[in-house]
Design a binder for this molecule. Structure first.
Ligand code: SF4
Length: 404
């Protein structure tokens, strides 16, 4: 996740850079509590449905896992789904989680946050509720596969605001909904939404089948321009809206170009030091995923690669064991190839989203096909034809042929 507003604040209120050693990083855990969901989103990476799926963690297994996460001192826990509110013991798990982790968030489609559910969410004291939305009105409903989903999600936003819960909108941008971005930012302002998360499409689950709809590079740049404008208004004019992006760490490089165009070299150097200390893509290091079956993955989209299962081994042991993929993901610099390997921005991008490279080429260390920066912007030799951007469209690689 790239925290655009936070790094932009460094331009007006600089703070010292805190270098993190990889050994001390504990991951933010995104936990898909259930695969069940009442919506049918076209880009759903868990391919959810409104049915009970076999093999989900029992209540006892979920509570044991939670205690382990608490002892391991994970800094943040995001309860997700499917639709997490479809899990019967969600509030019980969340109540205990509140006692064990510093930052507790709920990632939901928002349609069930009203009445008693909204009261419980407020009582438990979630630090943040992220509600997914894919456009305004009928566009959202088409993407979400259920009529009325937009109105219900918006009700969820309002119910959270009414109860003083910090709420964010999460928008996955595609070719079919990018034109809604200005209206969604306006919606945030009109409704007093605290945070806006722009998620780039990752090729996983239904997102894999819909990869042809991924926003073209120039549309991505236009979207980032809008976010940069709004984030700067937030910083310079005290109109707060915390803007973050996800699933395309090249956004950090794009932001750095913006800083270069608008500020002097000292500011560029300061921001770059902060971005390099963060290091870009965090899969397998600063972020971890537990899926609805209890399997642990380097992030939410890597369902094909499993470190182990919390039903058999505690998360803390899996995460600190000798898994070869986790070890390579934690290497800096990562063993990147193609444009990513040659890129002068890889210290601030970290090589972006490895699952996307894997799904397109079968090689997790190949260049990320969703990088929208030009060769000039990434500082590579334009004469080298290894360094052309891989086209978006293509068949997903055979999942049996993996990794090494
Ligand atoms: S070329 Fe690769 S490492 Fe460089 S900015 Fe693009 S995605 Fe990141």
């Amino acid at each position: 996740m790239f925290r655009l507003s936070e790094y932009m604040h460094q331009l007006v209120a600089p703070t010292p850079v805190r270098k993190r050693g990889s050994g001390e990083v504990k991951p933010v855990v995104i936990w898909n509590m259930t695969r069940r969901c009442n919506l049918k989103c076209r880009h759903c990476y868990t391919v959810s449905a409104d049915v009970d799926f076999p093999g989900e963690l029992s209540h006892e297994q979920a509570m044991e896992t939670l205690e382990d996460l608490g002892r391991f001192r994970v800094p943040a826990l995001i309860l997700s789904g499917g639709e997490p509110l479809d899990r019967k013991d969600l509030f019980e798990v969340a109540t205990r989680a509140r006692q064990l982790v510093r930052m507790l968030a709920l990632s939901t489609n928002g349609t069930k946050i009203h009445g008693e559910n909204a009261d419980r969410v407020a009582e438990i004291g979630f630090d943040y509720v992220g509600i997914s939305i894919d456009g305004i009105g009928a566009t959202n409903d088409w993407f979400r596969g259920v009529e009325g989903a937009f109105a219900d999600a918006l009700r969820g936003v309002r119910e959270c605001k009414k109860r003083g819960i910090k709420v964010g909108l999460r928008f996955t941008i595609t070719e079919g909904n990018h034109q809604h971005l200005p209206d969604l930012l306006k919606l945030c302002d009109d409704e007093g939404v605290d945070k806006f998360y722009l998620s780039h499409l990752v090729y996983a689950g239904r997102g894999d089948k819909n990869r042809g709809e991924d926003a073209a590079h120039k549309r991505t740049r236009k979207a980032l321009d809008l976010l940069l404008d709004r984030a700067w208004i937030g910083v310079a004019e005290d109109m707060p809206l915390d803007i973050v992006t996800g699933n395309n760490d090249a956004d950090a490089g794009y932001f750095l170009q913006w800083v270069r165009r608008n500020f002097d070299e000292a500011h560029v150097a300061h921001v770059r030091r902060h971005l390099a200390a963060w290091g870009g893509n965090s899969s397998g290091l600063g972020v971890a995923n537990i899926d609805f079956l209890g399997k642990v993955h380097p992030d939410t989209y890597w369902s094909d690669y499993t470190v182990g299962n919390v039903k058999d081994t505690p998360f803390s042991e899996l995460w600190t064991g000798d898994d070869p993929m986790l070890a390579t993901l934690r290497t800096r610099p990562r063993p990147l190839k193609g444009r990513c390997g040659a890129c002068k921005l890889r210290d601030v991008c970290g090589g972006n989203t490895r699952i996307r490279a894997l799904q397109l080429t079968g090689d997790p260390w190949a260049e990320d096909p969703a990088c929208y920066l030009s060769n000039q912007e990434i500082g590579v030799d334009t004469a080298d034809d290894r360094l052309t951007v891989t086209p978006f469209r293509g068949k997903s690689h055979d999942p049996a042929h993996r990794f090494f």
